[in-house]
Write a protein that binds this ligand. Structure first.
Ligand SMILES: Nc1ncnc2c1ncn2[C@@H]1O[C@H](COP(=O)(O)OP(=O)(O)O)[C@@H](O)[C@H]1O
Ligand SMILES: [Mg+2]
Length: 252
């Protein structure tokens, strides 16, 4: 099967601070992300995973380098154009999901959908499909965010993140604040979306989360230190052993 590149990042450079406090997160990072794949970015805390995700998704600009996102070099876009690009092409899920307080879950999703799609009927029917996929029933869709559990909020957040059919769904430690049952439910949603063809880039230092990806990129010392093709997710001893061996090589 041939793989189409969706994001190609070349010679990325990013530092924080200056002079004595200058900290270089990466100085010449090169990464390709492929369409339809579930790519996981791993590495220890402080390795620069989130910084890299912010660069790849246009949330933040690298100091230098080129990022071709489906053909467009997003490092060249003005901040206004970059904001439009993000809204149309990217979905985001973070450790903590912030839903709008005084709106039901459904209205939160419809509001996000209305940013790029004018047809309310289409948005509502897509929202219903997605709520079903994440296992949030109709009566919960009508609730206000303050009345739902953390796991439900995270799943509703994923619905909101994909309502505009983003080219890439980005997730930064999406299970970081959840217990193991809620984490598993959220990871099942990512697996389902990936099976439907959604391109996903997930940053995590959680092994169970990482195991869902089909390709693992390991960031260390400001470099793409290693990568591993795991194939599609299934509960399988050999696959887990391959992943563990890879992490061992990386010095995890
Ligand atoms: N806005 C910022 N200002 C200063 N330093 C930052 C900022 N964001 C990240 N860093 C530093 O960059 C390094 C990488 O951070 P980050 O990308 O958040 O790592 P990770 O997500 O892998 O834990 C860390 O040392 C962090 O302190
Ligand atoms: Mg981080």
């Amino acid at each position: 099967m041939s793989r189409d590149v969706i994001i190609s990042a070349k010679h990325l450079k990013k530092s924080f601070g200056k002079d004595d406090s200058l900290q270089t997160v990466y100085s010449d990072l090169n990464i390709d992300i492929y369409k339809g794949e579930f790519t996981v970015i791993m590495g220890s805390s402080g390795a620069g995973k989130s910084t890299l995700m912010y660069s790849l998704s246009g949330m933040d600009k690298p100091d230098a380098g080129e990022i071709r996102f489906d053909g467009t070099d997003i490092t060249k876009l003005s901040s206004d154009k970059l904001a439009v690009f993000r809204r149309k092409q990217c979905g985001f899920v973070f450790q903590q999901i912030y839903l709008i307080d005084k709106m039901s879950l459904m209205d939160n999703v419809i509001t996000a959908g209305a940013l790029t799609n004018k047809n309310r009927r289409d948005i509502v029917s897509r929202a219903k499909e997605l709520f079903e996929l994440v296992n949030i029933p109709e009566q919960t869709q009508k609730k206000m965010p303050s009345l739902i559990s953390g796991g439900e909020a995270q799943r509703a957040g994923i619905v909101r993140a994909v309502i505009n059919n983003p080219k890439v769904l980005f997730a930064d430690e999406p299970t970081g604040a959840l217990n193991s049952a809620n984490s598993a439910a959220v990871l099942d949603v990512f697996t389902s979306l990936h099976k439907q063809g959604q391109s996903i880039v997930m940053v995590t230092h959680d092994k169970k989360s990482a195991l869902r990806g089909n390709r693992i990129l390991y960031i260390k010392d400001g470099q793409l230190f290693g990568e591993c093709d795991l194939g599609e997710y299934e509960e399988n001893k050999d696959r887990t052993a391959k992943f563990e061996a890879f992490l061992g090589e990386m010095g995890w």
